[in-house]
Write a protein that binds this ligand. Structure first.
Ligand SMILES: C[S@@+](CC[C@H](N)C(=O)[O-])C[C@H]1O[C@@H](n2cnc3c(N)ncnc32)[C@H](O)[C@@H]1O
Length: 240
């Protein structure tokens, strides 16, 4: 096996950070097309639901962390209006390059790591993360960083893969994600990268572990909401 895509899901700490960044750099050009194909374009509806949960107001300042190619920034911009601010942050330059092309000059993008955010404390009214937390090497630290950059009263929502609680749905999902998704990835020459999705989901924290981590980071009113029959889960929290 030739690249850092190889078994990225088994890595931890700094090795995971570097391997994940390289994997996203390699898939950046095909990321949007595959994302649309794999979700049947439903990801727009899931993002819209996440945006609803954080009750944005015109003029709000929002950080979209792990912004990738910027899909979340489009509904966020609509919600905060032209008087608001939407900043995307990601640690992978080739993903950010796609963002600038797609979302235009109104939104800013910043190169930065979720575990060491390059922003002042209490700078944002809300933080969103779409399919990002699963990839970071230290989830507790990322949650603490997100809490730090939020103002009191600020809201956080994270949207990510989850494992359904029902045994039948779990079996169906395992088949789809372990067998169908890598075939789609292979059509784009990215078999290993799209094995990462199911493998990293299987190893990902449970809903309650994520909620506990958010509480430990200082969030209150922590709750979660399943989407797509429990294959996707939104975690929501408030900074007191
Ligand atoms: C699956 S993509 C999701 C992109 C986008 N949020 C979306 O909803 O389509 C995950 C993104 O998280 C970024 N990422 C992973 N770990 C990160 C970290 N520690 N700090 C910043 N960005 C990170 C990757 O570079 C990649 O762009």
């Amino acid at each position: 096996m030739k690249s850092a895509e190889t078994q990225v899901w088994t890595k931890e700490g700094e090795a995971k950070r570097q391997a994940v960044r390289q994997m996203f750099a390699e898939i950046a050009p095909s990321y949007d097309v595959l994302n649309g194909l794999m979700s049947g374009a439903q990801h727009h509806a899931w993002r819209a639901e996440a945006v609803r949960q954080i009750e944005l107001r015109p003029g709000d300042q929002v950080l979209d962390l792990c912004c990738g190619t910027g899909d979340f920034m489009i509904p966020l911009r609509k919600a905060v209006g032209q008087e608001g601010t939407v900043i995307g942050a990601d640690f992978c330059l080739p993903m950010l390059a796609q963002t600038e092309q797609r979302t235009g000059a109104a939104n800013m993008v910043v190169l930065g790591d979720a575990c060491q955010l390059p922003f002042a404390s209490e700078a944002f009214d809300a933080v969103t993360v779409g399919w990002g937390i699963r990839n970071v090497s230290d989830i507790d630290l990322a949650h603490r960083e997100i809490a730090r950059v939020l103002r009191p009263g600020g809201r956080f929502v994270s949207l990510d893969m989850a494992v359904p609680s029902s045994r039948i749905l779990r079996a169906l999902s395992r088949f789809t994600f372990h067998h169908v998704v890598p075939i789609l990835g292979a059509l784009f020459g990215r078999t290993q990268a799209y094995r990462y999705l199911p493998e990293s989901t299987d190893r990902f924290w449970t809903r309650d572990q994520l909620a506990d981590s958010m509480r430990s980071a200082g969030f209150s009113q922590v709750r979660y909401k399943d989407l797509l029959l429990g294959n996707i889960c939104l975690h929501i929290g408030h900074k007191p």
